[in-house]
Design a protein around this ligand. Structure first.
Ligand code: PGA
Length: 253
């Protein structure tokens, strides 16, 4: 059975004190209010990983993620953070290929493939992001666009490596814009993604892969999105910065 996952991507927000308060609030809400088998993932900025992770210990629903990873193992790469470093502070998941990294930091398919390998080599679970810009959707080229993203960065992984991968579909036109994909648009893309994965890897592995939706997901639309057959949860940006909103999204299954 595939996991239901709600992941909060805090991006470049919060000071250390604020991050600790936010995770404490989420910890309490998840402990008190969430029944069932939802995996809650929190991705704070790098400097807060250890402190935030410490406060999450003891709550087995909460899991720690980083927002990025270096494709290199170690050495003279000023400003970069390796998989081994992430692992050593208790990180379990890594967001790879977020559209903001692709856009502002010029991460291409080959770099993302290397980052996937770097994460997997350390036993970290990648949350691989894909999603089309508005012009590709308007040109009705969104399936091909996302299919190519999957092919170019994932298809060279082994079946064993692929078993560890979570996919997040985040249409760029929906990120931080308040404009969400309709549940039908999300479902048809998620089904397409699963079909592509089943062609590359084995069908059972593709069936068991969690595919998250991201892009202006909030407490008002999460239930409808998560009720779709191939939507296994969400990657949440803005709404993950407010404990009440985030907890309500977690409770939307
Ligand atoms: P958003 O961001 O929820 O603020 O749209 C989602 C994301 O970028 O992961």
């Amino acid at each position: 059975m595939r996991k239901k996952i709600v992941a909060g991507n805090w991006k470049m927000n919060k000071t250390y004190e604020e991050a600790l308060s936010l995770v404490s609030e989420i910890d309490n809400m998840v402990k008190d209010e969430v029944n069932g088998d939802v995996t809650v993932v929190i991705a704070p900025p790098f400097p807060f990983l250890q402190g935030v992770g410490k406060l999450m210990q003891g709550n087995d629903k909460l899991h720690l993620a980083s927002q990025n990873i270096s494709e290199h193992e170690s050495g003279a790469y000023t400003g970069e953070v390796s998989g081994a470093m992430l692992k050593s502070v208790g990180t379990e998941y890594v967001i790879i290929g977020h559209s903001e990294r692709r856009m502002y930091h010029h991460e291409d398919a080959q770099t993302l493939y290397k980052k996937m390998k770097a994460a997997l080599a350390q036993g970290l679970k990648p949350i691989f992001c894909c999603g089309e810009p508005l012009e590709e959707r308007d040109a009705e080229n969104h399936f091909e666009y996302v299919g190519k993203q999957l092919h170019d960065s994932l298809s060279y992984l082994s079946n064993e490596e692929f078993d560890q991968v979570v996919v997040a579909y985040e249409p760029i036109w929906a990120i931080g814009t308040g404009r969400t994909a309709s549940s039908q648009q999300a479902q048809e893309m998620h089904a397409y993604i699963r079909e592509q994965l089943a062609r590359t890897f084995d069908a059972e592995a593709a069936y068991n892969t969690s595919i998250l939706y991201g892009g202006s997901c909030n407490p008002g639309n999460a239930k409808e999105l998560f009720s779709q057959e191939d939507v296994d949860g969400g990657l949440i940006g803005g709404a993950s910065l407010k404990s009440r909103d985030f907890a309500d999204i977690v409770k939307s299954f």
